[in-house]
Write a protein that binds this ligand. Structure first.
Ligand code: ATP
Length: 831
């Protein structure tokens, strides 16, 4: 297999083979189902309801011989159309760029080492390692497999994960779903570990054949965008109605058809909010860019505005609220505790003796050895400066560092106890097991040729413990020991430490079976410090001031969780564990959520339960997640938030937003931006609609006094189409765009979240808009009547009955009985 692809399963390809392969098979990209093509975006700008109405108005103006008006209306249509096009085109490109940023990194073996590369650089022949949560980057033949399970729904529609094997299969002609030694591009690893040799990339893969499936960054309209589009359409139709009314009134008043049509067109232009779509697109696009600058990458555009309404942020603890800088501080064995610093100083740990029983502190030595063996992390020395760098899960690398600092040679350890089997860690079971070949049968009193090491949450280990290792060997595990171990566990947890238990048992065979984790001999506890992030305490306070509840949901011990919550200032009436969640029903949980904010020892399903319960309380929930099993909760939450650094590909695909720095404070920053965006959109809409109300009022009210008095106004309409277009251009256009880009108001995080059901005009904005609109209308009319005032109630109709103008005119001060208006044509006729 490896030879046919000119590769080596353990060393991978060398650089020249990579180049050859890329030349032969091309890059690992799917020819994307292209986004909306530019011509379509442009076409859509000119086919929206309100634009069509404007185009009709321009046509009508041209028909009436008002060429200038027609040209001006068309100019506005083109201007706003182009503006809308550029905004949407930019937004489309920004989304494409975001999509590129969220392409996963892949670990491959090349030239004998491990390297991380973007998925699109994977070539045929590459040896790719697969871990739980990864999305398979190309089609590959599985060559290593430890409990590897892959969900292939993207290809086969089957949601149940498939167990993979590395052996050859009996037949080469199997349907896709039965080819269990293959892993396919776009499918996701739900459990276990493995490695595969890439057999096809890009369009050559099975997924390539059904290309277009992985269009993951959704470019959907936001609820507000949809609502505003509806508002725009409504206003345009309302404009049509008002224009018809104005026209009908005019005709009833005996005006000429030309005048009536001119008035109707003007009213229509006054009402249509031309700038609305462009401003909304711009505001959302700029908002997501601002969020990105603050490390929050938006994957689904509606999130931009939903963020402003968030009332609850449910966050993982490790790495989001804390630094994920794990350091083992102490080891607790056989009822005694020793700090790592003491171990480093006194050198009581060593691998040198043939058995740890000969070491000065056998129990401590065994605990540290076991912690370093049941471990997928690595420590490497950087050639440039000789500094040690760690790779892998921080909890595990902390164990390696502690073992190494205490005097254990990690390379020697790995050589003497080669790993032959494993059950990977998963956050459901909260433990991990590895099986190792012993240097000699009977090593350290073990009865067989292999040892199984189990490490994990202490409570999960004690359920399977039958003996405890004292300094010189095991004794029976009884209630007294259980109480002692649990007390030590509580004590470490109360100091905010993550606690791991380590246990072992002898094993007869290399492969793991169901009872490999039974009848364990408990070795010791390890206390691991993970300090809270400094900026998070401030972010928590900002949340509380903003009416948002921070909730901690962690797999860790309840006491660890509560201690960290206290350090961060998260208020909570106690802590609820996963076991308690399993016992209570939905109603109880919903009422419990009123004052409990810390959940511990939870599994991913509990997260889903918590999100749903918050949802039924009417809360808008942001939920973080990193693991493969977190995807359902991320999808269920109003805003699913994935971790950019530690998150699995699966969690990122399910999320609406990805935190580039895994930091809780970034969620709070994104919420702030969300509020600013919502404010700005509301501000613009209120401003544009108020302006339109003012204009419509001026148009409608202007003729009324004349109709009432039978007088004829100087001008049949208050504002001519050209004047209205100018006003719209200045207000909806330029000023509108600047409103969309307003910075945050100082108190934006000191008020309650926006009610998502409240709509754009909620919280009295509707009333405010109407009042402002009427004020604008009244002032405009006031100024107009004042300006033309002397001509209207006191003026006279034009002298000549044959006059083409039939307007009211000003009484001239020099000729109080002047019977002719100043229009040259009238004067001419009358004279
Ligand atoms: P949070 O939800 O706050 O981020 P977490 O997701 O890190 O917490 P888990 O990873 O599920 O929580 O860990 C839960 C428990 O499982 C820990 O308290 C620890 O006892 C145990 N544990 C964590 N990592 C490992 C590991 N690599 N091997 C064995 N046990 C582990």
């Amino acid at each position: 297999m490896a030879a046919s692809l000119r590769t080596d399963a353990s060393a991978g390809l060398d650089p020249s083979a990579v180049i050859d392969s890329r030349e032969a098979y091309g890059p690992n990209v799917l020819t994307e189902a292209a986004g909306t093509p530019p011509w379509k975006i442009l076409w859509e700008q000119f086919t929206a309801t309100m634009v069509l109405i404007l185009i009709a108005a321009a046509g009508l103006s041209a028909y009436l011989g008002k060429a200038l008006e027609a040209v001006a209306i068309m100019a506005i249509v083109v201007l706003f159309g182009l503006l809308g096009f550029f905004q949407e085109y930019r937004a489309e490109r920004a989304i494409a760029a975001l999509r590129a940023m969220s392409t996963p990194l892949v670990t491959v073996r090349r030239s004998g080492g491990l390297t991380e590369i973007p998925a699109e650089q994977v070539v045929v022949g590459d040896v790719v390692t697969l871990d739980a949560g990864a999305v398979v980057p190309a089609d590959m033949r599985v060559v290593e497999c430890a409990g590897l399970r892959i969900q292939e729904a993207a290809l086969t529609g089957e949601s149940e994960p498939v167990d993979k094997v590395s052996q050859p299969l009996a037949s080469a002609e199997l349907p896709l779903g039965d080819r269990v030694n293959m892993a396919y591009m776009g499918t996701s690893v739900t459990y276990g570990r493995g490695a595969g040799i890439v057999t096809a990339v890009g369009m050559g893969t099975e997924l390539g054949r059904v290309a277009g499936l992985i269009q993951d960054v959704a470019q959907t309209q936001t609820p507000l965008q949809r609502r505003l589009e509806r508002l725009g359409r409504l206003l345009a139709l309302f404009g049509l109605g008002v224009a018809t009314l104005v026209g009908a009134l005019g005709l009833a008043g005996g005006k000429s058809l030309d005048d009536v049509l001119l008035t109707a067109i003007s009213t229509l232009v006054a009402v249509v909010p031309e700038g609305l779509p462009a401003v909304v697109t711009l505001t959302l696009a700029m908002g997501s860019q601002r969020m990105l600058r603050r490390n929050a990458l938006i994957r689904k555009l509606p999130a931009v505005e939903t963020l402003g309404s968030v009332t609850v942020i449910c966050s993982d603890k490790t790495g989001t609220l804390t630094e994920n800088r794990m350091t083992v501080t102490c080891v607790d064995v056989a009822g005694r505790r020793i700090t790592v610093e003491e171990l480093v100083e006194n050198g009581h740990v060593s691998l040198a003796p043939t058995s740890p029983i000969d070491a000065p502190s056998p129990a401590v030595t065994l605990t540290l050895m076991a912690g370093a063996l049941c471990n997928d992390g690595t420590i490497k020395t950087r050639p440039e400066d000789g500094r040690a760098i760690t790779f892998g899960d921080p909890t595990e690398t902390a164990l390696l560092v502690a073992a190494s600092r205490s005097g254990i040679d990690l390379d020697e350890l790995a050589d003497r106890f080669p790993r032959v089997g494993e059950i990977p860690f998963d956050s459901e079971r909260k433990r991990m097991t590895t099986v190792h070949l012993l240097p000699e049968p009977g090593w350290s009193g073990l009865s067989s040729g292999y040892v199984a090491i189990v490490k994990g949450a202490v409570d999960s280990l004690l359920l399977h413990t039958t003996r405890v290792w004292l300094e010189l060997g095991p004794v029976d595990f009884d209630d007294r020991w259980e109480a002692r171990i649990l007390a030590a566990n509580d004590d470490l947890a109360e100091n905010g430490m993550r606690v791991l238990g380590v246990a072992m048992r002898s094993a007869d065979r290399a492969d793991v079976d169901d009872d490999i984790e039974d009848e364990l001999t408990f070795l010791g506890l390890v206390g691991i410090m993970d300090p809270p992030r400094e900026e998070v305490a401030v972010a928590v306070q900002r949340c509380l001031a903003a009416g948002i509840r921070p909730i901690m949901i962690t797999g860790d011990h309840p006491k660890t969780a509560l201690a960290i919550a206290r350090q961060l200032g998260i208020p909570s009436a106690g802590v609820v564990t996963g076991t308690e969640l399993d016992r209570i029903d939905r109603e109880e949980l919903v009422s419990m959520l009123a004052d409990v904010s810390v959940f511990a020892r939870v599994s991913p399903e509990h997260k889903l339960q918590i999100v749903e319960a918050f949802g039924s309380r009417g809360e808008v929930v942001a939920m973080t997640g990193d693991g493969v099993n977190d995807a359902p909760a991320l999808k269920q939450a109003d805003i699913g938030v994935a971790m950019g650094i530690t998150g699995t590909d699966v969690s990122k695909e399910a999320a609406d937003m990805v935190l580039r720095d895994d930091n809780f404070a970034t969620i709070v920053a994104a919420v702030e931006e969300g509020r600013v965006i919502y404010d700005n959109l509301r501000r613009f809409v209120s401003y544009a609609v108020a302006g339109n109300i003012g204009k419509v009022m001026a148009m409608l009210v202007w003729p009324l006094p004349f109709l009432a008095t039978g007088a004829v106004p100087l001008d049949p309409v208050a504002l001519l189409p050209l004047q209205l277009l100018w006003l719209n251009l200045m207000t909806d256009g330029l000023l509108g765009l600047s409103l969309g880009a307003e910075p945050a108001e100082p108190g934006v995080m000191n008020r309650r979240p926006v009610d998502p059901k409240g709509g754009v005009f909620a919280d009295g904005l509707g009333r405010h808009t109407i009042i402002t609109g009427m004020a604008i209308g009244t002032i405009a009319l006031g100024v107009a009547f004042w300006y033309h005032g002397s001509a209207t109630p006191h003026g006279r109709r034009c002298c000549s009955p044959r006059s083409p103008c039939s307007r009211w005119f000003k009484r001239s001060p020099s000729d109080p009985t002047n019977r002719r208006c100043s229009d040259r044509r009238c004067s001419t006729i009358d004279s």
